[in-house]
Design a protein around this ligand. Sequence first.
Ligand code: AMP
Ligand code: GLY
Length: 427
Amino acid sequence: MKVLIIGSGAREHAMAWAASQSPRVERVYAAPGNGGTAMMQGKVENVALKAVDLDGLLAFARREQIDLTVVGPEQPLEAGLVDLFREAGMKIVGPTKAAARLESSKVFAKDFMRRHRIPTAGYHVFRSKEEALSYLDGLSSGSWPQVLKASGLCGGKGVIIAPDVETARSAVHEMFDDRIFGSAADEVVVEDFLTGEEASVFALTDGTSYRLFLPAQDHKRIGEGDTGKNTGGMGAYAPAPLVTPEVMWTVEERIIRPTLDGMKAEGCPFTGFLYVGLMIDGGEPSVVEYNARLGDPETQVVLPLLKSDFVDALMASVSGELWDADFEMHPGSAATVVMASGGYPDSYPTGLPVTIDPSLSSMPECTLFHAGTAYADGRLTTAGGRVFSVTAMGPTLKESLEAAYRGVGTIDFEGAVFRRDIGARAL
Ligand code: AMP
Ligand code: GLY
């Protein structure tokens, strides 16, 4: 069969890698893919179509008679790619536009959780500066910090944690007057600050049944010790020891099951990958956010840990037979370390040559996933902020981390930055 993966990050490289291992798959297309998918020998090939080129993607999928399409990032989901493919009779993994509101509208997600009594931070929604300011001014001194969130998609940047009323007021001005998040902040959620530790749980679902990947933790800040600016994610590991079997049971009973049942009852069943971002405090999980897709860099650890056939599970999910599918995990752990361009998450150079020491190929425990790279005329160059995600598996978290850092040591480009403390807190 032929599989089309939509997106261009390390998450999509990992999906293409996993899909290409399925004996039933003869060809994997990545649209647009990256240097890593371009360099994969054999089954994988890039297609020069952007992830948001809905009509182009549909025309390609029809022409090539693609058997299964998998959506990586959120923008095409919000734009209705899944609806378009389904109307055309094509098999696709992902939620419809209406179901993707769990990610694309924080107001929808918060109201949904309230309707279905799913644990999450208390919140208020504001549609004007005046309402927001008068609410914030009225809060008692014990209510701080508060968290301000643009409702719409902001590439992970739309969240401001305000320690005091002055910071919150200036965030409100930036959102409503300066429009720093554009129309994504037409509605603003102000929510209570949750304490605890974060982890992410990912489910593959057909709308009724679901299967869980191993729980993961990522590292969102650029600097060691979780300092500095927020990024797309600088590393991840799984399974996260914080998510004990008891916590996982609570997540399933109080969050995943009610989310899927609630979406179905409201007429927009959620299909595809459900990402639940959790805050866990004293063993009690609450939802920080939903995403309607797999995480990046978490995919680069949760997919290599899937032992059974990825494509078989995806096919079972699109035909509503996930309950019957194999979904078996490898024992042990996986870790991934992101290598980014100097300057990221602010501005950074691109087009820098990359060298990879041949010794990497004698490290079977390591798998190199590319993110912002380009490959042309036999040359590999940097092409984005996050450049690589170096994954390794091992019998323990410690061993997988050590192996991932050995892999990092074989890669060189000017100004490369990476965190040296991925997974340190869990050790
Ligand atoms: P989000 O885009 O909603 O995931 O928020 C980005 C990050 O902000 C999260 O990963 C948390 O670290 C933090 N955050 C968001 N909401 C809260 C909250 N209510 N309490 C504490 N931290 C939060
Ligand atoms: N790793 C965070 C995300 O994918 O949104």
